[in-house]
Design a protein around this ligand. Sequence first.
Ligand SMILES: Cc1ncc(COP(=O)(O)O)c(C=O)c1O
Length: 385
Amino acid sequence: MQLVEKMSRIGTESAFEVLARARALEKQGRNVIHLEIGEPDFPTPPHVVEAGKQALDEGWTKYGPTPGFPEFREAIAAYVSRTRGVKVSGENVCVVPGGKPIMFFSMIALLEIGDEVIFPDPGFPIYESVIRFLGATPVPIPLVESRGFSFDLDTLRDRLSNKTKMVILVSPANPTGGVIPKEDLARMADMFRDRDIMVLSDEIYSRIWYETEPSSIASFDGMLEKTIILDGFSKTYAMTGWRMGYGVMPAWLVAAVNLLMVNSNSCTASFTQRAGIAAIEGSQDDVRRMVSEFQIRRDAFCAGLNSLPGFRCAIPQGAFYAFPNVEGTGRKSKELADAILSETGVACLSGTAFGEYGEGYLRFSIANSLEKLMEAVDRIRKLLG
Ligand SMILES: Cc1ncc(COP(=O)(O)O)c(C=O)c1O
């Protein structure tokens, strides 16, 4: 039996492969510092865990409505309306198991073979994977380090064609930590407004920012009906394993995503949605504490990276990644990342795990203690000699 042809076009996330290699080294007794995985090293806030436990005790253990519980969808709509300065209702919200299904479902619902999709490179690898899987045409646009890892807007304009069906934006970004400036979003909105395209705006890191609050393209005139906002609980509330995310989109697309949910998941787990209500409506102190801690680590770790020979690290404005330029070491990214793991026991990712324009960079997650982060810098310094 052979797998279908399109399975040869689906990709993966190499963070999980590096994690497996790092775990194998640990089994051999090596001490590994894990800076490869994009997962907050904080626990889920206790009041959220409590709400989940209580929901189990109260019997929220059955199927729920496919798009999510109405009160949860309303709470999400109120939150998104407030934080993005838009007016959406529960009817615009799809609750799904994580942020990823919003990518997958919205692309399945919108992309025909040959449609072009513009996306950031380096970028989250699942974008290109799903585009290729569906037979659409990937149109990567390089992110420019000197522009805080945003697109060059002239390049973006040049790549828009009458086949462009979707543009993927991510801000704050994985893997670069870049935040798209509001002025750039305004100019992009001007480019997109009169075109028949949808923007998939990946805002999973919307709450993890440092100096300037990120804006959403949805908040610009005429863009709400052209935008799918992807957000969720994995990063903001350190809930990666609960599997809960959502999309906010026009009602006609909600109906399509619902059909895909009925056909695949039926619904998102009921008790986790009760915990989600507690997360959105309860105290945000834990979120604030986590972001302040990330900021302290960011400052110290990036200063450490900048002191390494051949490294140049822009200060990330959001998310929890450092993305240093390592061209000055004279080594290829993948080869350097492999050497750093095998020779120093520091697990990080090659920039090329995020696309061809990631060559020359490494990605480090700062979701580890300050002490471990600084030890990682010391170990890499010894390797570089
Ligand atoms: C940019 C980006 N979008 C989406 C996701 C997926 O989030 P989830 O775990 O909620 O599916 C991630 C996770 O790493 C991410 O980095």
